[in-house]
Design a protein around this ligand. Structure first.
Ligand code: AMP
Length: 305
């Protein structure tokens, strides 16, 4: 069992990646990949429970992989693969499912995290409860069968851990739950990004102030702006004189972040074979690591190994 820092996160290919994904999970992974052992996988097995068409799942998975590479994920630094291409996910899921009393989805998530002996799970705030379940599953297993799994911590970014829907700023921006104009897709054309930010729900006050409970719309724009340019939402608010300025500054900051991602995507998307090959290599490397964890779990449970 390793004790070094290993950061792992998963993204479900169930829709288009959005600004919340970038700020809450992708950027923190990309930023730390040169200093930490990192793993990122596309959790396609999690996407099977939502109604989907086979072809669109395949296309979404490949597109997400391409966007992640365009966003700076370096496959030489981050172990990067598609979950279903590493059967150990399914095997550990099965073993945990047979030996614990938790519902299927938390067990699948736990299997994905525990397979890699991850110590940290960088994620948005919505994952805190889910990772708490993984901790519980690992802890109970260890108590029952002896020390087998590393118990991971969730790590959320100080700003941008919960980006809300622009049209409905009390709910989080999501891949499938958001209204059409509430989520900024990472591949949205610049004019659409500006349009969505200009239409974002604010309030009838005249000054800019950060107060997520009472002023969710304005606070959400400040949170986005701060996450893009650095600093805290309260400090970025001080330089702004009105809602027009806030919208302009936010749009400029978001476009500044998305422009290089979209440019790199344009190049990478021309060569899907390259992306598929990278993923296949990643899966092979992952299998070499994860086999050991499954073996450990089997030994602990007592099946003949
Ligand atoms: P999902 O979109 O559910 O596959 O989530 C992928 C990653 O993005 C997880 O780490 C989430 O916590 C993170 N994430 C999803 N939506 C948001 C959001 N609105 N704000 C911040 N992080 C988010």
């Amino acid at each position: 069992m390793t004790t070094t820092v290993r950061r792992l996160t998963g993204l479900k290919p169930s829709g288009e990646l959005h600004l919340g994904n970038l700020l809450g999970a992708i950027q923190p992974m990309v930023r730390d990949q040169y200093t930490s052992d990192s793993v990122l996988f596309l959790a396609d097995l999690h996407a099977l429970t939502v109604a989907h068409r086979s072809r669109s799942l395949r296309e979404t998975t490949l597109r997400q992989a391409t966007v992640l590479l365009a966003a700076g994920l370096d496959p030489d630094r981050t172990l990067f693969y598609v979950q279903s291409q590493v059967p150990d996910h399914a095997e550990l899921h099965y073993l945990l499912h047979r030996t614990t009393v938790y519902a299927e989805a938390p067990v699948l998530q736990a299997a994905g995290i525990l397979l890699h002996d991850a110590t940290e799970v960088p994620a948005g705030a919505d994952q805190r409860e889910h990772v708490a379940l993984t901790r519980e599953i690992a802890t109970r297993f260890n108590q029952r069968y002896g020390a087998t799994f590393v118990v991971p911590d969730v790590v959320t970014p100080p700003v941008g851990a919960r980006v809300n829907d622009l049209a409905n700023p009390t709910v989080k921006m999501g891949k499938t739950t958001s209204s059409a104009s509430g989520a900024i897709g990472l591949l949205d054309p610049p004019s659409l990004v500006v349009h969505k930010i200009n239409r974002a729900v604010t309030d009838s006050e005249t000054t800019i102030g950060y107060d997520p409970a009472l002023r969710p719309g304005v606070s959400n724009l400040l949170e986005i702006l701060a996450a893009c340019v650095g600093g805290s939402p309260a400090t970025v608010a001080t330089g702004l004189r009105g809602y027009g300025e806030l919208r302009r500054a936010t749009a400029e900051a978001v476009l500044g972040l998305l422009r290089p991602v979209q440019a790199a995507y344009g190049t990478l998307a021309r060569d899907p074979g390259y992306v598929r090959r990278l993923l296949a290599e990643g899966a092979e490397q992952a299998r070499a690591r994860t086999a050991d964890t499954v073996f450990r779990a089997k030994r602990a449970i007592g099946v003949l190994t």
